[in-house]
Design a binder for this molecule. Structure first.
Ligand SMILES: Cc1cc2nc3c(=O)[nH]c(=O)nc-3n(C[C@H](O)[C@H](O)[C@H](O)COP(=O)(O)O)c2cc1C
Length: 492
């Protein structure tokens, strides 16, 4: 099924011309979910910013634990991974909208953060939903809460869900891809914040969706996508032993009307099937062809994780012209991108990265393939790539004005051989995760970045000269010097 879905949701000049999709602004889905009628617990305001340098976190180094109680710990974790961090005003209407620590395609935020606590100090055990709009926790159950198929031993377990309708409203059938990429971003936002405060995260993509949904009483429109266990320096007490009391809560309605989206229902159903395959090795070995340039020592930065995470923003466009980034900055960003992802599905990355180098000191403009194991880049095409990068990104100028733009390809065939249709989720989770790591690394170095989900699929394959079995483009990305955005204000 994944092939049919992927094929049907490719962008081409013809598909855009054919598209009848119109945005119904009066029916725009609410980006904030609330479960009404349940106890709502405060997360203390102003949690301290984790001071460990962001680049250290991205290289796998743990930060210090700064809290000894459950509530400030959860507050700090969520404030630096999922909370509101800025606001923008639409000049024509004065309408103010929120931006968050984690990015999202179209700022529509399909991802919801639920979590189960077991033995956090001075915090009642149970199942919670993070109420982003007011930085609070909705208590949906209290007591010892078990998730089917999980070991149920960790003190903190996150269940990330997607509300596809939020993305469908704007992007139609292509929305499922964006939901998956957004989960990848949210995963790494959480994993990085956890590490910055002394915990390690491990993600599980393989679980029985319907059992988890019914156990957690998710609303019909919310689908569980990823479980993330947190271990390490979590302020602990004895977990509860009593069976949980269930409050559940009534999910708020997001739109007046919800359209039907059968293609997305089909791909989602197909990816629910779990295929038990022995995990065989990593990706096919490659040999860096001669002519590859080794990347220099990565640039250093002392920028603290707390600042970098909360100041992360997507650039609307980049300052073109003369301003270049250095090769050692590129080296640091690529190294951060290829840090290992702790999960039950990343058996060697499914991804490859191609770079459209526009302005990087010490690297001729051209199209390059990145070889993470060798920390090298191989030139595939010479010359100016600005028109190509922007053109392939659906004509978005930012991909040409950046210092470097990327096509990230995913080996969807290998993922399907290993995991069936569910592999389709995993490749996109990985791509979003890598994108998030690049956002943070770029921010630590004083650069800006933007994830780009809109690209001409087939044209990009042709341009990259991908052969059968070499994967398909799943994500574009751009890094450079952002143009200032006067509509933006920070939220503390
Ligand atoms: C998966 C994904 C795809 C995106 N695609 C695009 C895109 O094609 N063009 C663009 O300008 N921004 C794109 N963005 C950036 C979002 O518009 C941005 O994250 C959102 O407006 C929220 O802003 P923030 O990142 O500053 O919080 C994308 C972001 C994500 C996570």
């Amino acid at each position: 099924m994944w092939r049919e879905y992927h094929q049907a949701t490719r962008h081409s000049v013809e598909s855009l011309r054919r598209s009848q999709h119109v945005l119904d602004w009066n029916n725009m889905p609410d980006p904030f979910r609330h479960y009404e009628g349940v106890p709502v617990l405060d997360l203390p305001a102003g949690p301290p910013p984790p001071s460990i340098p962001a680049l250290q976190v991205l290289s796998g180094i743990k930060g210090q634990v700064e809290t000894t109680e459950g509530a400030p710990f959860l507050s700090q974790l969520l404030f630096y991974s999922a909370a509101i961090s800025a606001a923008k005003i639409v000049p024509s209407t004065g309408y103010k909208y929120a931006l968050r620590v984690n990015p999202s395609s179209g700022n529509l935020h399909p991802t919801e953060f639920h979590f189960v606590t077991r033995g956090l100090k001075n915090w009642p055990d149970g199942l919670y939903h993070y109420r982003v709009s007011s930085h609070m926790a909705e208590q949906r159950a209290t007591g010892f809460f078990e998730i089917p198929g999980e070991q149920n031993t960790v003190p903190l377990l996150f269940v990330m869900t997607s509300i596809a309708w939020r993305e469908v409203w704007k992007y139609g059938n292509r929305a499922y891809r964006y939901c998956l990429l957004d989960i990848g971003h949210a995963w790494q936002a959480l994993a990085a914040a956890a590490l910055a405060i002394g915990c390690q995260a491990h993600a599980f993509g393989c679980f029985a969706d319907d059992e988890v949904s019914s156990r957690c009483g998710f609303a019909q429109d919310e689908w569980p996508m990823l479980l993330i266990e947190l271990r390490g320096a979590i302020p602990a007490a004895e977990p509860a032993t009593r069976t949980p009391s269930w409050f559940g809560g009534e999910p708020n309605r997001l739109s007046e009307r919800t359209g039907s989206y059968p293609l997305i229902d089909s791909i989602h159903s197909a990816t629910k099937r779990l295929v038990e395959m022995p995990v065989q090795g990593g990706p096919p070995a490659g040999v860096v062809p001669s002519g590859g340039a080794r990347l220099p020592e990565p640039a250093a930065s002392a920028a603290a994780f707390g600042d970098v995470a909360r100041r992360r923003r997507s650039a609307l466009d980049f300052i073109g012209g003369e301003s270049s980034m250095t090769l050692s900055e590129l080296s640091a960003i690529l190294q951060a991108a290829s840090g290992s992802l702790a999960s039950d599905f990343s058996s060697g990355s499914f991804l490859r990265m191609y770079l459209y180098v526009h302005r990087v000191e010490g690297l001729e403009p051209g199209l390059y393939r990145y070889w993470p194991g060798e920390s090298a880049v191989e030139r595939i095409r010479s010359g100016d790539q600005r028109v190509a990068a922007a053109g392939l990104s659906l004509g978005q100028d930012l991909a040409g004005n950046a210092c470097v733009a990327l096509s990230i390809t995913g080996d969807l065939e290998r993922a399907a051989r290993l995991h069936g249709d569910r592999g389709y989720r995993y490749v996109h989770f990985e791509a979003g995760a890598v994108g998030h790591r690049m956002y943070l690394a770029a921010g630590a170095l004083g650069l800006g970045a933007t994830g780009i989900g809109a690209f001409f699929d087939e044209r990009a394959h042709q341009y990259l000269e991908l052969e059968t079995g070499e994967g398909q483009v799943v994500y574009h990305f751009a890094i450079g010097y952002p143009v200032p955005d006067p509509r933006l204000s920070a939220v503390d």
